[in-house]
Design a protein around this ligand. Structure first.
Ligand code: CS2
Length: 480
């Protein structure tokens, strides 16, 4: 940046005409969906501007709208940083301020896709079964007041009802969260919700609705003040809405749309007949070890994933998990080589430019464990193997949600079940009872797994070792 020139954040031309409504305008969306859409429009055209909707806070709207919804996406690699202005976001709404505006936006005939990055808990489902949780407070609220919903399923059903009444076809619901079969899961929750309000609508959604599954991947830590300062230093302008992320990205999308869609393949997305194998690979290899590193790393006193994997024992732990416990449960997706995929993952974790906090990944474990770790454990047990490393990961989660670290300091546990989990752990004496009390949480562990004696024993013994020796020594012993 030459001295004296005004530093500005600008977009090329006017904001694009809106074709997508996106729920969840956080960092991941800005580093992923909006980037792919920006490139797809640049290369293949189309009116695919995005109206992003926050279901809760006004922060994203306030930051983005102050700069015409343009923002900077910063790629961080060991070789350096690269900043790019993204112009695909055209507007941002805050749902609690005006729920009707959100329903109207989704019912707009020019909108063909409603995409979601609302995190696991945004689906208001039971993580152990994948079905809608009818007792969820937002679901009970929305079932009674569908003209002013709060939840993503509520907004989707309200808007689909309006489209049906207007004689329009439904929009495609595109789940981009790290959930197994995220498309079918979204379909299940939405149709179950609709069934409870209007049987005809539910049938119409079943017949005409489309909920393609996707696999999404790009490591994107929460943006910090230091990231914003570093961007200002490098580019000469301040962008509080900027996002930082790794160079790698992968988007695999099931080819099943209700209407038109952006040419995301022009930006490198893979449009395929079935996403399942890709999804399982990513959830188990990446997210499974990410969560393992988050709990064990946090307990060991490591602040980031890069710091955790710089410890050779923790890197070795990942390699052992992949080779012995995770990859044997997977069918390689077309075009992927699983050992090479895992080796590349370790390099991604070690990227020193990415400050991904173990505490951030440890968040919402009750919603993440089933698809990241427990399914893999179940498959191992079914094949007659006890996956000791993944059982150690479960024990580390149990230690973490107990709320006290290895130095007796309180852990700030963020999880929708945080209070229940802490109470279950605190209310029991001795390792067997503590582990038993946590295994009794049916939103996390189904009865068959919780009652498997091999699993109980492996988790209890790992829990005991963590209590007695701490995380570092336990991991070191495991990889010897
Ligand atoms: C992480 C993921 O925060 C987490 O739980 O495991 O967000 C992870 O960084 C992404 O899935 C990578 O694509």
């Amino acid at each position: 940046m030459e001295a004296g020139l005004p530093a500005r954040l600008t977009r090329d031309g006017a904001a694009p005409k809106i074709g997508i409504v996106h729920l969840g305008p956080g960092a991941f969306f800005r580093a992923f969906n909006a980037v792919y859409t920006d490139e797809a429009m640049a290369r293949a055209g189309g009116d695919w501007g995005i109206r992003a909707v926050s279901l809760r806070s006004a922060t994203a709207r306030d930051e983005l709208k102050a700069q015409g919804c343009a923002y900077t996406s910063v790629t961080l690699s060991p070789e350096g940083r690269q900043a790019r202005v993204i112009g695909s976001v055209s507007d941002v709404l805050v749902a609690p301020e005006d729920p009707e505006a959100v329903i109207a936006a989704m019912a707009d005939p020019d909108v063909h896709v409603v995409s979601l990055t609302i995190t696991e808990k945004g689906y208001c489902h039971n993580p152990a079964t994948g079905r809608m949780n009818a007792d969820h407070p937002d679901i009970s609220h929305d079932l009674a007041a569908l003209d002013a919903p709060r939840s993503a399923p509520g907004f989707i059903v309200a808007a689909l009802a309006r489209r049906k009444d207007a004689g329009l076809r439904p929009f495609t619901v595109l789940s981009c969260d790290n959930l197994p079969s995220n498309g079918p899961l979204a379909r299940g929750v939405v149709t179950e919700f609709a069934r409870r309000t209007d049987a005809d609508l539910a049938r119409w959604i079943e017949d005409h609705g489309r909920f393609p599954a996707t696999m999404v991947d790009r490591i994107t830590p929460a943006t910090t003040e230091a990231d914003i300062d570093a961007l200002e230093q490098a580019e000469g302008y301040r962008d509080p809405a900027c996002v930082v992320h790794e160079p790698f990205r992968q988007w695999v999308i099931e080819d099943d749309f209700a209407g038109p869609r952006p040419a995301w393949e022009a930006a490198g997305a893979q449009i395929v007949a079935s996403v399942e194998a890709h999804e399982l690979m990513k959830l188990r290899c990446l997210n499974g070890t990410h969560s393992t590193l988050a709990y064990l790393g946090y307990l060991a006193g490591y602040e980031t994933i890069a710091e955790t994997t710089a410890d050779a024992d923790f890197a070795r732990l990942c390699e052992r998990l992949w080779a012995d416990e995770i990859v044997p449960t997977l069918t390689p997706p077309e075009g992927e080589d699983l050992p090479a995929y895992c080796a590349a993952l370790l390099d991604r974790y070690r990227n020193p430019a990415i400050q991904h906090r173990t505490w951030q990944i440890a968040m919402d474990g009750s919603q993440k464990l089933p698809q990241r770790i427990l399914g893999t454990i179940r498959d191992n047990l079914a094949a007659g193997r006890v996956p000791e490393g993944l059982c150690l990961a479960v024990a580390a989660w149990m230690t973490y949600v107990g709320g006290v670290d290895e130095h007796g300091k309180a852990i700030d546990v963020r999880d929708p079940l945080a209070d229940t989990l802490r109470a279950a752990s605190a209310g029991a004496d001795g390792v067997w009872d503590k582990v038993g009390a946590l295994l009794a949480q049916r939103e996390v562990f189904d009865a068959a797994l919780a009652e498997d004696a091999r699993f109980r024993e492996a988790v209890t013994s790992a829990f005991e070792r963590l209590q007695a020796r701490g995380s570092r020594a336990t991991v070191a012993e495991y990889v010897r």
